[in-house]
Design a protein around this ligand. Structure first.
Ligand SMILES: [Zn+2]
Length: 565
């Protein structure tokens, strides 16, 4: 025993006494590169739906046939939006762990005019937009000094990439890529060497002074080369000043992103060192398209098949570059999506849209009646992002947060009842003759609310002791000021202009995502156990032999791992 202890002390002093590079040498660099591939808004049933159509070797079949694929992966929280989804994937924790509740929220200490984004950070500046051009391409674009930068400032937990950086004394490289800033920054983490996303007008890749003062030479070359114009052409356009919206909703955006990923891997020499490098890639096009045309459209199927080809091409490139035997991959999505309400309604599902403006007006009227009779004060903030309803503390005077939020909670049932049934826009779904007569007898669904709770109550953990209550508890965040959490009943959503459907809720269609793994440590197979995206970070940490991220709540998916040799 004594000898053992002495041995341990000697070992410890060796480790403590060595500088960072020596510590890094002790790290067992297997694999050379860990990739987390996220498809934005990719529901968990898509691969089962279309699997017979996948003809490639290294596309989705990399997970379905050569890897470990889980078809029952569900987020265990109730705010299924892009920013929290990506933060969850990276950190292996939910909103109550990483702090990111929405894409945007009100923070009156930082801005009283508008919501702030989950990643904007006025301490930094954007890098690489138009600094090299004598005249910006649009007069609407502010001068470089005024373009607010971005960072993971709101992320309250480390990511798996951060933990690999910590374990290697910073020797491992860590990068994030996406069309969207939040989807690039949040899954990569606080210690990333770089995160890149696009300028929405031109499609040129940008970053923030949080990471670097200038774009790397290779990225500038990519921006100035033929690739942005080629993507515009592949999207079927001659020219555009709305790259994000117009190219972003086509498969051309995915190959554009993956080409940038190749340039990064080549030039930053990922997977070439003696430690494991980490890359997160989030492909955004599916989300932009899915909001417009829904999960059941022909275009969605075409996008899935195009993704299969683009992913195949990317992993075949990695095979040549690093060897797939040296690569570990996790594949998932940040959230699912609801069917278009008109389509589910036609089949008899109680689908409806909530007019949030009418809803807010009704709440304001109720609060005026209670706190300021005869006045028309605005007690709610002018814009809202479900599932949170933001209050304006300035309007409440001496009323405490607890009382203010409770007043909103009390006003909600009547406000929802008062909404009535908004007309659903027409759609061209054909109903089989045999079922048509029943549907004609069904009445349209009333908007309904399944759950409401104040921020103060959520902070005190006052949620039902049920499975549903656990989802709600995982959605608590201190960001967003005074708010109430509001969950409409299933298949109901906010009425939004320009899009037909969305995701934000605790219902299964929003929480269901694919989960696939590929790598030497995984036992290939099709797994039906219910798992969660938080399990990615825990499983990667176990395989890599590093600490799990600081707020990690995931489980190691031992059923898909080979026994330790
Ligand atoms: Zn979305």
């Amino acid at each position: 025993m004594r000898k053992k202890l002495l041995g341990l002390v000697a070992l410890l002093s060796l480790v403590v006494g060595s500088a960072a590079p020596a510590g890094a040498q002790a790290y067992n660099a297997k694999p050379k590169l860990a990739v987390i591939l996220v498809i934005d808004q990719f529901r968990g049933d898509y691969l089962d739906r279309y699997r017979d159509s996948f003809k490639t070797a290294n596309g989705f079949n990399l997970f379905l046939k050569k890897g470990a694929y889980f078809n029952a992966c569900y987020y265990d929280y109730a705010n299924t939006k892009t920013a929290p989804g990506h933060a969850t994937i990276g950190t292996g924790s939910y909103t109550d762990g990483h702090g990111i509740g929405s894409n945007e929220w009100w923070d009156l200490s930082r801005n009283t005019d508008r919501v702030i984004s989950s990643v904007e950070d006025e301490r930094y500046r954007l890098v690489g937009t138009f600094d090299d051009l004598p005249v910006p391409p649009s007069p609407a674009i502010p001068p470089a000094a005024a373009r607010i930068g971005a960072s993971p400032l709101n992320l309250q937990a480390t990511t798996i990439g951060d933990e690999v950086r910590l374990a290697t004394g910073g020797e491992a490289k860590l990068y994030g890529i996406s069309l969207k800033d939040r989807a690039s920054i949040l899954p990569a983490g606080q210690t990333a060497n770089g995160a890149f996303w696009i300028d929405v007008a031109t499609g040129r890749w940008v970053t923030s002074t949080y990471y670097m003062a200038q774009l790397p030479e290779w990225a500038t070359k990519f921006n100035k080369g033929p690739r942005p114009a080629q993507a515009v052409k592949e999207a079927g356009l001659d020219d555009t000043t709305q790259f994000y919206a117009m190219v972003g909703r086509t498969p051309a955006a995915n190959s554009y992103e993956l080409d940038f990923a190749r340039a990064l891997i080549d030039n930053e020499k990922l997977g070439q060192g003696s430690v494991t490098d980490v890359l997160t890639v989030s492909l955004s096009a599916n989300d932009i398209l899915g909001h417009q045309l829904g999960p059941d459209s022909v275009q969605e199927k075409e996008m899935v098949l195009a993704l299969d080809r683009d992913i195949d091409s990317f992993f075949s490139y990695l095979d040549q570059k690093i060897g797939l035997a040296n690569v570990m991959v996790a594949f998932t999505a940040d959230h699912g999506i609801a069917p278009i309400p008109t389509e589910s309604a036609k089949l008899g599902v109680a689908s409806a849209r909530l007019d949030l403006e009418a809803f807010s007006a009704s709440i304001n009227a109720a609060l005026n009646a209670r706190f300021s009779p005869g006045q028309q004060k605005k007690y709610l903030m002018p814009t809202q992002e479900l599932p949170y309803i933001a209050l304006d503390p300035r309007a409440f005077g001496s009323v405490t947060e607890k009382d203010a939020e409770q007043a909103v909670v009390d006003a909600i049932p009547a406000a929802v009842r008062g909404l009535g049934v908004p007309a659903l826009p027409p759609n061209n779904l054909t109903i089989p003759e045999a079922t048509r007569k029943y549907e004609e007898n069904r009445v349209d669904a009333d908007p309904g609310v399944a759950f409401v709770r104040s921020r103060v109550d959520l902070a005190e953990g006052k949620v039902p002791a049920t499975e549903f209550g656990r989802l709600i508890a995982h959605s608590y965040t201190a960001h967003g000021g005074w708010y109430a959490m509001v969950v409409p009943t299933a298949y109901q959503m906010e009425l939004l202009s320009g899009i037909q459907t969305t995701h934000f809720s605790p219902w299964s269609y929003d929480r269901h995502v694919p989960l696939g793994f590929f790598g030497a440590e995984f036992v290939p197979g099709y797994y039906r156990e219910q798992v969660a995206p938080v399990d990615i970070a825990a499983t990667f940490a176990s395989v890599l032999g590093v600490n799990a991220p600081s707020a990690s709540v995931g489980h190691v998916l031992t059923m898909a791992l080979k026994p330790m040799r």
